[in-house]
Write a protein that binds this ligand. Sequence first.
Ligand code: GDD
Ligand code: MG
Length: 352
Amino acid sequence: NHYVAIMAGGIGSRFWPMSRTAFPKQFLDILHTGRTLIQSTYDRYLQFIPNENIYVVTSTEYADIVKKQLPDLPAENILCEPSRKNTAPCVAYIAHKLQLINKEGLLICAPADHLILDAPAFTKVCTDAFDFVDSINALVTLGIKPTYANTGYGYIQHEAMPVADHVYKVKTFTEKPNLELAKTFLASGDFLWNAGIFVWKVKNIIKAFEKFLPEMNEVFVAEKEHFNTTTEQEAIERIYPQCTNISIDYGIMEKADNVYVVPSSFGWSDLGTWNSAYENMEKDYFGNAVAGKHVMIIDATKNVVHAPDKKLILLQGLDDFIVVDTHDVLLICKKEKEQEIKEYVAEVKRNK
Ligand code: GDD
Ligand code: MG
């Protein structure tokens, strides 16, 4: 009865230039652990979800990378999207497909690119959340105690009293607030970060689509007879151009009134930006985190450096910078500007 959809179609643009559209960060071993982010994610779910119930939803262009990195995953569990429409269509796709396989199915929709250090604690939180959504119509998300005013996350405020073991009703959900608002949220001590890991019953997330994204939902319903048949991919090719580009956070989580949160601590990091990688990397005495065999650092502090092993990089007098060298791009960027890397990449593409 338990399923997971690993959402792996993003392009990880804030991790540029290491993460590239053709090979985004979920397929990289950012922290040098020996497994790529999607492989670690898969390993984590395999602890409590049967292999045949693990799905990966990604862009058609990444299907071969997924096959190669997850050789034990059944090939038919790799769902291919013809275009990038953010996470709402991705969730609609897996939900409509599973509804026909298992009406009472329970589903986790999760990012492919997070770091989770405490796997047993994570399993426990997920199984608690599964139990909860099995009993009531709830959209559950996992919440993380915030540590700074990150504007790339969703912020969740919940009721004081739990409604079940570790589960709280959500009062407000604010996706990607501006810095001022994020600071206010943090200062109030009343908010959690949205981990972006969602747990719900398949039929209940479809109910939410009916209510909040009815047009998108209709497009999937209209092609329903093709799901789980040989014509599924053709149907998807017809469906996607008709879907709006919107995330599940903006499209549903901000609007629904049956959202619940399980406050969690399992050593979570989004690894969404260079700063989050920095926080999870080993640092030298001066707070520099370095990946690369030949990096020399002189009078420089708190930098994060990624360099190809074959090249010598010498850093002098630099503090709080991101330095990333790849075969064709060198990035030198203030750490505090990391959220803007996304826009710089867009600018680079425009000027090409
Ligand atoms: N299949 C598919 N298709 N996957 C996608 C697509 C798509 O079009 N777009 C993004 N994804 C995948 C990404 O690869 C990632 O694994 C996951 O969906 C989440 O997308 P992000 O683009 O990384 O979202 P975010 O980090 O800006 O925000 C989300 O995560 C935060 C925590 O990390 C939101 O849920 C926030 O509220 C949350 O705080
Ligand atoms: Mg992310």
